[in-house]
Ligand binder design. Sequence first.
Ligand code: FES
Ligand code: FES
Length: 214
Amino acid sequence: MSSKNDSEVPGKPKRGVSRRGFIRGAGIGGGVLGAGILDKKALAAPAAEGRFVGPGAVPITLKINGKPQTLNLEPRVTLLDALRNQLELTGAKRVCDRATCGACTVIINGKSVYSCTVLAIDAQGKDIQTIEGISSGKPHPVSEAFVDKDGQQCGYCTPGFVMAAKAFLDHNPNPTYEEVKEGLCGNLCRCGTYVGVRQAVLEAAKEMKGGNHA
Ligand code: FES
Ligand code: FES
């Protein structure tokens, strides 16, 4: 009788789904908040374009906050790690690192996305917006409303909430309280600031009406 489990037998595939396999399968669409990322079909999706690169670093170009950024990264690096560790854009936070909390939320092509679920290499050719890019000169109305309505305590979840709220309001400019609650259900706050956050989003909605914001 062998003492090895299946994952230790040479040549036998490991059970379950690896972190990299999960990210590859989920892709950018899988990271979109509320998109059902644990759906089995998403996990089984083939690697994008069937082209294999790496495992060493390769040059990639990301369009972040309107500017192209060229990096040398291993293909396994997530967008979150590229932002934080290579570009020093540390607004997006790493908390769960597995598509649960929303602290790493950025906006990709107009949709809020967990950046911990996206490989940086797969984010090429997309418009990536981070918390650092939404305030040009003065705070974005969503950020201001979070301050006015006391929508944060420790603040660790706040950049993710602000980005999720911005993407939500861009698509739903006149939300009800219930719609805000549902629209931001992909973000968690351990300090329990949900009431302030929802009030902030409603206030930002009023402020942004008719406005032209980044
Ligand atoms: S760190 Fe990405 S969802 Fe929690
Ligand atoms: S303010 Fe502390 S986790 Fe949300």
